[in-house]
Ligand binder design. Structure first.
Ligand code: ADP
Ligand code: MG
Length: 393
């Protein structure tokens, strides 16, 4: 999706006020009736309809007149609200080039006043999850209040909370800076995704480090679940940083062993193919459980998981609760179960850059009707919205 942040400069206070009013209306309405937008925005000099037209022209809103005349936010509209909130908080002052397109995200550079460059990840659930969502159609039917925006916000909060907790425990992850709505700000990782690296000085050392990370994660009660060459960054000194945490699960998850093995297998497979490493002996050790070598003990999931120390407290400190985890797990499970070897390039042919602009997302009747629980989860977002309304004064 194109993110023309220059447009931000040309949006007036009234534009943001109306955009925020649509967001607030979406708590209870899939499509927010024009009259409601007008009431919430209460522009001093009127003119809500003209503003709505302007926002629609810039693709920040989607218009729907099938049942009644109303609007909802597009991802672009949601982007602008998050960016504006973070800029108002002083987190960054400008948005630069796009540095990554993930499966379900867009990553941009942002800069602070003193020129420090950071990474901004905008979560876009629904982009390639059509298959996953379709397979979860029954679930979604009963919970029609699920929305892409809500899920993206939850994914961002989860990513932020995990990154912060992992950083506190000394894991090599980007530094978590801030989070608002579906947007996470983190330090910029120098280096490249491992998938782009053709040669290493010390492939054995890098391999050991990476496998060591999977094991250490499990010791902390966690499985990455998408631990592959697309989510491991490596710099010129061959220092490893892992990224991309929205799909992580606990070692107590009913499929934990499978996800753990799959993460391990991904690493083995990649190093075998790319760096011609031969793991025959090592794999034999792992497979033959009766062989009690260091290697087999190290990678024996059940023995690691049984002594795992969970990071619940650290996660809750960022506002991410066990309940949030359960909510997002119900949604992501479909995408977790697909073959990990399909990779992370975001090249699937059902990639859709404008999920939220499509009004025909199958199986999701109501995009943005939030239920009671979800509404209570929106506290942080509301603060942002109210800040925005205040800043529009
Ligand atoms: P997705 O969840 O959509 O796969 P990722 O978090 O894996 O998104 O990010 C996609 C790509 O963006 C990465 O492969 C990497 O190239 C780039 N990227 C993500 N985070 C950072 C960061 N903190 N610093 C530098 N590049 C990043
Ligand atoms: Mg990724």
């Amino acid at each position: 999706m194109k993110l023309d942040v220059n447009m931000l400069r040309y949006l007036s206070k009234d534009d943001f006020r109306v955009l925020t009013a649509v967001e607030m209306g979406m708590r209870n309405h899939e499509i927010v009736p024009c009259e409601l937008v007008d009431r919430i925005a209460s522009l001093k000099h009127g003119g809500t309809y003209k503003v709505l037209k302007n926002l629609l022209r810039h693709k920040l809103l989607h218009h729907d007149s099938s049942k009644y005349d109303g609007f909802r936010l597009t991802y672009l509209g949601y982007d602008f609200l998050a960016i504006k909130t973070l800029v108002n908080r002083g987190v960054f002052v400008s948005v630069g080039r796009q540095i990554g397109v993930g499966k379900e995200s867009d990553i941009f550079e942002v800069a602070t006043e003193d020129g420090t460059v950071m990474a901004m990840k905008l979560h876009r659930l629904g982009r390639v999850s059509f298959r996953a969502v379709k397979s979860k159609r029954d679930y979604l039917k009963h919970r029609s209040s699920y929305s892409w925006l809500y899920l993206s916000r939850l994914a961002a909060l989860k990513e932020f909370a995990f990154m912060k907790a992992l950083e506190e425990h000394g894991f090599p992850v980007p530094s978590a800076v801030d989070c608002n709505r579906h947007c996470v700000i983190m330090s910029l990782v120098q280096g490249y995704p491992l998938v782009q690296v053709k040669q290493l000085q010390n492939p054995e050392v890098v391999f050991e480090t990476i496998i060591g990370l999977v094991v250490r994660l499990a010791e902390h009660g966690l499985i990455h679940c998408d631990f592959n060459e697309f989510n491991i960054m490596i710099d010129d000194d061959e220092k490893v940083t892992m990224i991309d945490f929205p799909q992580m699960v606990s070692v107590s998850h009913h499929n934990a062993q499978m996800y753990f093995d799959r993460d391990v297998e991904c690493v083995f497979k990649f190093f075998r193919k790319r760096f011609n490493m031969n793991f025959q002996e090592c794999r034999d050790d792992i497979d033959r459980t009766e062989v009690d070598t260091d290697e087999s003990r190290r990678l024996c999931f059940s023995s690691i998981a049984k002594d795992a120390v969970f990071l619940d407290k650290e996660l809750a400190a960022s506002g991410f609760t066990r309940k949030d985890q359960e909510e997002i797990e119900k949604f992501i499970e479909g995408s977790l179960d697909k073959d990990a070897s399909s990779g992370d390039e975001g090249t699937e042919d059902d990639t859709d850059n404008s999920a939220l602009n499509e009004s025909n997302i199958e199986g999701v009747d109501s995009l943005n009707l939030l239920d009671q629980d979800q509404t209570s989860n929106l506290k942080q977002e509301e603060e942002g919205a109210e800040d925005n309304l205040r800043n529009c004064e």
